[in-house]
Design a protein around this ligand. Sequence first.
Ligand SMILES: [Mn+2]
Length: 225
Amino acid sequence: MKYRRVLAIGDMHGKFTRLLNLIHKVNFDPEQDFLILLGDYIDRGDENMRCLRWAIEMSQKPNVIALRGNHEQMMLYFYMLGGSEGSIWLPNGGSLTKRELDIWLRREPDALERCLDFINDRPLYHHMLINGKEYIFVHAGLKPGVPLKKQTEESLLWIRTEFYQNYSGSAEVVCGHSPTPYLMPDRYYPIRFNNRITIIDTGSFLPRGKISCLDVISGQIWQSD
Ligand SMILES: [Mn+2]
């Protein structure tokens, strides 16, 4: 199948208005385009559950892959494991998401189960050949020197500096996870490093932050206002 565009959308973190604004500009067509969502739908924003529900809806369309981010992982651990492994979610933005979810649960008691099933089913990366070129889409990144199939959840969802500095694989990697203004002051635009890494998390939850979408075929970028 030859796609018109292969699109990746970075971290949204509950910024639903910004997401709608971006989606309107991108105008995704499931008949011709392929879309990968890089995870971190929830936490830090004001409409976290709306973003999560949007991701659930989108994941049911053809030609859409929704990956798991570390924030979905933290939510899953909170409800499935509890204890110290689950405890990091609430202080990392989870308390905002939980407040919205608790209200929703009063009307739809099975909503939590649907969210957790969705998160549980998320792939941790998507590997594809596009016009003969190899691409890996992943929330955080890859541990350098480790084959893709041997990568751990910990690396795929959490890695930062070690990946940016030492990755030397031949595949192009498109990822989110690190807001670009944390890597380069005042930068709210995707960053591409020389070692074939493109980071498209442009700090959606920050006052001047944006949600970004990249078409890896043309290199075109769309951003929320
Ligand atoms: Mn994130």
